[in-house]
Design a protein around this ligand. Structure first.
Ligand code: FAD
Length: 443
């Protein structure tokens, strides 16, 4: 059995490791077009901030370590074509410049996603960056030295993490956001405003409701972002306006895409082409709360999809259970978490949703360092179904979003959350934790 994996990061390496373990007799080969495998892109903002020392710290396994485990990793090898009827791949060795044909019995396409780069971003100017892989991180970190002002285009979670990172490095930071508020696709409006206030409190200028028209510069280096509201001078630009699934290879194999534009897979991570699997940021997933196929590319999802594919490619029977839209990030001293559906998302789906907002403290008010925490909880009228929650507070305090995520996973009701026996002691929570208070108000 020849198992071939294209893409050597979260989904690809999870699949390769799992396949290796499930079928010790299979040959497992990974082709990765970049120079590194198995690294945590999620840590990039913290290396740029200086909170994690080296980019190398983000690498979980090297190609040699994987080879020692019996996985044949070939870096700087780009797969440029697939012939599913002959079950062969065309692989281009980027070092030697040669292309070869490689056979496979089972193929996993784990090609991930790429940052969206509109035409105005393709200037060739020095000082313009995206953040996706280790090379992007190195280039951005080098640009920070000598820069005084930075513009971050896009107020999503990567833009907001980078705002903190660049302030930590002493830069003047401006966020330019097309929508009416930051975190527009993450939170409901009230929480977006609270989040923006936190970012502004740390000296970040936030300008919403404008469009970027061009990046301009002198002597080949960026000096300004031209917007619908005039120019914003800068020494450094980070473009963080979302990612698109890398579907070219899947499409070349004749694989169907879903309505989201990402690769359509079943719960076994099989595509509609025999012998071809897909996993990770290039795939859509089923949302257990809405029942819809969605594109929410995140790290655990990629790892889990890869693991499922690895089992199934070697003759096992594993199923990806779907997601509930959980996400978490930190910007400055604020942790932001969400799971399920926001009120706006529920309404857009035609659900009869209601939300409550609760402000409390993250642990007993009399205990040192008690800090504010805000919960917005959403449920369905009539059925009493729990639909989602959004939390803002001290970074560690918002990890309690996992309680709601776990209940959403099993389709629980607001009443189930209210009845849950949550842990309590003064250093950790109030007697009635803020989640219980919110559920009580919502039921
Ligand atoms: P990728 O990591 O994109 O890997 C795909 C690999 O495939 C790439 O290395 C690419 O070079 C290779 N490839 C593509 N095409 C070919 C080809 N034709 N031939 C050979 N190789 C190919 N997620 C979270 O859950 N939490 C976070 O806090 C978080 N923070 C993030 C912060 C940043 C700055 C970034 C960039 C991402 C963050 N993510 C976070 C998202 C998370 O990193 C991704 O969901 C995860 O990396 C997806 O893994 P993947 O293996 O599907 O794809």
């Amino acid at each position: 059995m020849r198992i071939v994996v294209v893409g050597g990061v979260a989904a690809g390496m999870s699949a390769a490791s799992r396949a290796r373990r499930t079928d010790p007799d299979a040959t497992v080969t990974v082709f990765e077009r970049g120079g590194e495998i198995s690294y945590g892109a999620c840590g990039l903002p913290y290396v740029i901030a200086g909170q994690v020392e080296n980019f190398g710290d983000l690498i979980a396994r090297t190609p040699n370590q994987m080879r020692e485990r019996g996985i044949d990793v070939k870096v700087r090898h780009e797969v440029s074509g697939v012939d599913p009827s002959a079950r062969t791949l065309t692989v281009h060795d980027r070092q030697s410049g040669r292309s070869v044909t490689e056979p496979y019995d089972r193929l996993l396409i784990a090609t991930g996603s790429s940052p969206v780069r509109p035409d105005w971003a393709r200037t060739g100017l020095v000082g313009v960056h995206v953040l996706r892989d280790l090379q992007d991180g190195l280039a951005l970190k080098a640009s920070v030295k000598g820069a005084r002002r930075a513009c971050i285009i896009g107020g999503g979670y990567i833009g907001l993490e980078m705002a903190e990172a660049l302030r930590e490095q002493g830069l003047d930071v401006t966020i330019l956001e097309k929508g009416p508020e930051v975190a527009g696709r993450i939170l409901d409006r009230l929480d977006q405003r609270r989040l923006r206030a936190e970012v502004e409190k740390h000296g970040v200028e936030v300008r919403c409701g404008l469009t970027v028209e061009a990046l301009t510069g002198t002597h080949g280096r960026v000096t300004a972002v031209q917007t619908s509201e005039g120019p914003v001078e800068t020494d450094l630009v980070v473009i963080a306006i979302g990612v698109r699934p890398n579907t070219a290879l899947a499409e070349a194999a004749g694989v169907s895409l879903g309505k989201t534009g990402a690769v359509a897979v079943n719960a076994r991570q099989e595509t509609d082409v025999e012998g071809v699997y897909a996993a990770g940021d290039n795939c859509e997933a089923q949302h257990r709360v809405s029942g819809k196929q969605v594109y929410i590319p995140l790290g655990l999802t990629a790892n889990r999809m890869g693991r499922v594919a690895g089992v199934n490619m070697t003759g096992g029977d594993a199923h990806f259970p779907g997601i509930v839209g959980t996400g978490i990030f930190r910007t400055f001293n604020l942790g932001v978490a969400r799971t399920g559906l926001t009120q706006a998302e529920a309404e857009a789906l035609g659900l009869d949703a209601a939300s409550v907002d609760v402000d409390s403290t993250d642990h007993a008010g009399y205990f040192p360092d008690a800090a504010p925490i805000h919960v917005r909880m959403t449920g369905e009228r009539g059925s009493g179904r729990l639909l989602g929650a959004q939390l803002l507070g001290q970074p560690h305090s918002v990890k309690r979003v996992d309680v709601v995520a776990a209940l959403l996973h099993v389709g629980a009701g607001v009443e189930d959350l209210f009845g849950s026996d949550l842990a309590y002691a003064p250093p950790f929570s109030t007697t009635w934790d803020v989640l219980l208070v919110a559920a009580d108000r919502l039921r």
